[in-house]
Structures are given as structure tokens and as C-alpha cells.
Design a protein around this ligand. Structure first.
Ligand code: N01
Length: 487
């Protein structure tokens, strides 16, 4: 039987998941390219104080690697990274991983992909599986004078651990999940935290309880028990996701919860400043048990005037005030629409990815594109990624990709790509459904594309999983057979 040569690009959540799925299905000839020197993707890159996953740990894990050792309901970043490294090593992925090897190009020559790496090598692969993530390229804000700051300036995803925080005045720009977690962690640890807020966020309250040694021992003794909290959380997220994609009771209930939570801010003026003018969940919902407590502390200052410029001593706001700082953290998010870029990808007839995505990232069922045969994406455009665990998405997509590889191996085709007509129909359906989602109800967010419509799957994650785990409809694909010297 033929063995396909497979390149996986990226060793984060979805790359690890894909590698394990390949091994379990008996596909052993693959190379996992990772530009950095460790596993974990975003959980490797992000190591800022207070980093916690806002999806419960017993759900934010692979079904094939249930971990009995989670210490808390919501795990801290380093614990998740350790889990991912552990999964990769336990499954022997280190034997197939090429660390420090950045894929810079992939060119389809009509038969196979020529993959180029930063060290100047070029290799042929039958399949390229892009697992590059989307919260990957830090968004460095276009604020005048940012490079002139006299203290330390760093993006939250490039935390400089050697920088001493003790005794320092810290400014944080951004109030997303990252900015709110940072402020919650730094409050009380440094003399002053100044939070520069451009847009307030709704905050969903929670309690991050720790797991007792007895409960951990139980999960260790009976690993199958792990499915109980997994499916419980899955059911809870299924209800939550109804509110994301349909107006109605769930959406109203979440709105009620976040408004009630905001009432815990006692000072009316501070509460006013923290009140968003859009619906809850329009931006990705922030989940926190500590932010409102932190922001009410006397050593935390919320600044809502716009930032005019940054100068040597600190941040100057539009009212002319200079906020003097020693450290400035840019919690300003990511270029979430880059996906595999800046990799130079060239498909059939010299069509480049930049040409294909001129109007924004477009994919068929989140995993494939017309004109790019045998190229798959994990957690690609229109995957369900709002507050939903990417572990589950990656598992479902890996299964779909393995299905195609088995068909290749059975000789059904040499190359496969979705047809343009199927892709256009699919995207048109999604765009038609977008207006009923909460993401289009009047806020700016990283979910939205150039045309103001969300780049997300506009139905429930459960519906996506059913679709991607179903048998592909043959009419949607262009399958080709080619006489290949290797066959
Ligand atoms: O980034 P964001 P993030 N001047 O894009 C502000 C995941 N995540 O790193 O809202 C001033 O959400 C911007 O303001 P505005 C999660 O998927 C997960 O916080 O655009 N401000 C906003 O407040 C999340 O959604 C966890 O007006 C500027 C902030 O910066 C995603 O990562 C934890 C500005 C950016 O918010 C990204 O979150 C952390 C400027 N020029 C992150 N430019 C988990 O727990 C931007 N902003 C799983």
C-alpha cells in the first residue's frame, strides 16, 4: 500500500492533535514542522502573569488524552502547555518533529507540494496540513511614539520574564481576555496598574475552584470517569452557543448575568465607564472571577480617554494627561486573519493564497480550498472558535483529514480539492446566516472580516462537528487521478 508523505505545519494544539491522529491511523511518514523550539503554539507563546484558560480544563483537553491531574477548574497557561508537551511526547511526536524549521513556502507542482523551509531546504510532500493557528501574530498597535517609550514595552504574547515588576508602575493597553487577566494578576503586586481601555467588555463571572487530591485520585484510578465532566461541559457549551448564533432566551439570559455582575462595581462613575454599549458576546466574552475586584482597587486606575501618543515617560491621552509608567504592556491582540500567512502558498496554475484570499480568508467546511489540492487546514477560516475549545474542533477536523488520506491510500484519487462552486455556495450560506449571530449586533471585534461579517461558523459547534464528521458529498469535490511514478 502507498504511504503518503505528509507535512504538518505547526506544533500547537491542532498540529499535535493531527500528528497523533495520523499515527493512530497508521500514517507514519510525516514531518511536523515547528518554527520554534517547543510544542504548545499559543500556550507556548503566551506566558504573561495571570494567563488562565477560560474553558474548563476537563473540557479543554483531547478526548484521547484525558488528564486526571488538572489542578483547577480553569487551568493556568503553564499547566496547559505542560499537558500539550506531554501528549506530544507520550505519542512519540518528537521523533517526527523538526523544531526551529519554519515553513516559508509551499508550491503545488501539479503532482505534489514542494515545501520550503527557512533553512533553505525544499522537500516534496503529497499532503500539506496547515496547523498554524490564528492567535499567532501579535498585533503591534499603530500608536505614535510607541518605540520612544523609555521603560520596557512588550506585547502580552512576548512576555519578558527577565523584567522585574517589583516597584514598577505598569500600564496595560487593551481590555480583551488578555488585558483583563493581566490587570487581575498584577493588581496588588505592583505599586500602580493603569488600564487603558478603548472599549469596555462584558464580564461573565465564574469561580475557579481547585480539584481536591481525592477527586484527582479518582480520575487517575478510573480514567473513563473523565468523560463525565467532558460531556457535561460540552452540553453546557452547546446551550451557551445557542446564544451566540440565535437571538432569544439564552442570549437574554447571558445579558442579564453580565449586567448583574457589573453591579458588583460600587462606584457609579467607574461602573459607567465599564459599561459596554453593545450586547454581551458580540466581542468574545471575557470570563473572570477577579477583574471587577481588581479594577476597584485604589492602586488600579482605569483610563478611558483615548491614547494620543506614547513618549519617553509614559502614555499621553487625548485630554493632555501624561500617565507616567515604567513598563507598558500591549495586550492588543493578534492578526487573527493571517492563518497560514506569511507562508507563500501557491496552488494550481500559480494561484497564490493572497490572490485566493483577496476578499478575506475563505475555505470549504473550514478545512480545504479550491485550487489548493491536498492542502488541508486545521482551525482554518469559519471554524467554530468563539469561546469553544479548539481541542474539540481539531479532533473533528483531524478525523476528516484522516478519512481523505485513507481514500488516497486506497487509490481513489491522487489529488482532491473542493470545487469552486461548492465553496461559493458554502460561503454564501454562511454569510446569509451571519446576521442572526451576536457577532453582527454592533461592535468591533477580531471575529469580523473586511466586509463586517464574522469569519466564524455561524451555527452551533455541534452542527459543525456533525458536518465535518459526516461523509464528504462527492459532488462538492474535484478528485483527480494522475499517473505518478511512485504509484
Ligand atoms: O486580544 P483582543 P486578547 N489602542 O483582540 C485593544 C484568546 N484568549 O489578546 O476592543 C487602544 O480580544 C482592543 O480595543 P477594542 C481569546 O480568543 C483566550 O485580549 O478593539 N486599544 C482590545 O481591548 C481572545 O479573544 C484566553 O476597542 C487597542 C484589546 O486591545 C483572543 O485570545 C486568554 C488598540 C485587544 O483585545 C484575543 O484576546 C487570552 C489601540 N491601538 C486570550 N489596538 C483564554 O482564556 C487594540 N486595542 C482561553
Amino acid at each position: 500500500m502507498n504511504t503518503p508523505r505528509i507535512a504538518i505545519v505547526g506544533a500547537g494544539i491542532s498540529g499535535i492533535c493531527m500528528g497523533v491522529a495520523l499515527q493512530r491511523a497508521g500514517f507514519t511518514e510525516f514531518t511536523l514542522f515547528e518554527k520554534s523550539h517547543d510544542y504548545g503554539g499559543t500556550w507556548r507563546d503566551n506566558s504573561y502573569p495571570g494567563l488562565v484558560c477560560d474553558v474548563p480544563s476537563r473540557y479543554y483537553q483531547f478526548r484521547f488524552a484525558m488528564n486526571p491531574e488538572w489542578t483547577r477548574l480553569y487551568s493556568a497557561g503553564p499547566e496547559i502547555k505542560e499537558y500539550l508537551v506531554g501528549v506530544a511526547r507520550e505519542h512519540g511526536l518528537h521523533r517526527r518533529t523538526r523544531f526551529g524549521s519554519e515553513v516559508t513556502s509551499a508550491e503545488f507542482d501539479g503532482t505534489a507540494w514542494l515545501v520550503g523551509t527557512s533553512d533553505g531546504q525544499r522537500e516534496r510532500f503529497d499532503f500539506v496540513l496547515c496547523a498554524t493557528g490564528f492567535l499567532h501574530h501579535p498585533n503591534w498597535p499603530d500608536i505614535a511614539g510607541v518605540d520612544e517609550f523609555g521603560g520596557t514595552v512588550m506585547h502580552s504574547a512576548r512576555w519578558q520574564h527577565e523584567v522585574e515588576l517589583t516597584g514598577k508602575r505598569v500600564g496595560v493597553i487593551g481590555t480583551g481576555s488578555t488585558g483583563t487577566q493581566l490587570v487581575s494578576a498584577l493588581a496588588g503586586k505592583v505599586p500602580e496598574v493603569v488600564l487603558f481601555q478603548r472599549t469596555p467588555q462584558w464580564i461573565l463571572p465564574t469561580v475557579n475552584r481547585s480539584y481536591s487530591p481525592i477527586s484527582k485520585a479518582l480520575y487517575r484510578a478510573v480514567p473513563a470517569l473523565g468523560v463525565v465532566p467532558y460531556w457535561f461541559n460540552r452540553a453546557a457549551f452547546a446551550v451557551f452557543s445557542q446564544g451566540l448564533v440565535h437571538p432569544g432566551r439564552v442570549r437574554r439570559f447571558i445579558q442579564w448575568v453580565v449586567e448583574r455582575n457589573l453591579r458588583s462595581v460600587k462606584d457609579p462613575e467607574l461602573r459607567r465607564k465599564l459599561t459596554p454599549n453593545y450586547q454581551a458576546m458580540c466581542k468574545r466574552l471575557v470570563v473572570s472571577d477577579r477583574f471587577y475586584t481588581a479594577v476597584q482597587r485604589p492602586d488600579v486606575r482605569l483610563v478611558t480617554e483615548g491614547i494620543d501618543k506614547i513618549e519617553k515617560r509614559g502614555v499621553v491621552t487625548s485630554d493632555g494627561t501624561l500617565h507616567e509608567l515604567d513598563i507598558l504592556v500591549l495586550a492588543t491582540g493578534f492578526d487573527s486573519h493571517a492563518f497560514m500567512r506569511p507562508m507563500a502558498i501557491t496552488g494550481l496554475d500559480g494561484r497564490t493564497l493572497d490572490q485566493a484570499w483577496a476578499e478575506g480568508p475563505r475555505a470549504f467546511e473550514g478545512v480545504m480550498m479550491p485550487d489548493f489540492p491536498n492542502l488541508f487546514m486545521l482551525v482554518g477560516p469559519h471554524s467554530p472558535f468563539a469561546n469553544h475549545p479548539l481541542t474539540a474542533v481539531a479532533e473533528a477536523q483531524s478525523a476528516r483529514i484522516v478519512g481523505w488520506l485513507k481514500r488516497w491510500q486506497a487509490g481513489e484519487f491522487t489529488t482532491v480539492a473542493p470545487t469552486r462552486a461548492a465553496t461559493d455556495r458554502y460561503n454564501a450560506r454562511m454569510r446569509a446566516a451571519a446576521p442572526s449571530t451576536v457577532w453582527t449586533t454592533g461592535c468591533q471585534s477580531w471575529y469580523l472580516g473586511k466586509d463586517g461579517l464574522p469569519e466564524l461558523w455561524p451555527w452551533t459547534p455541534g452542527a459543525y462537528e456533525r458536518l465535518i464528521r459526516s461523509t464528504p458529498n462527492p459532488v462538492d469535490y474535484d478528485l483527480r487521478q494522475r499517473v505518478d511514478s511512485r504509484k
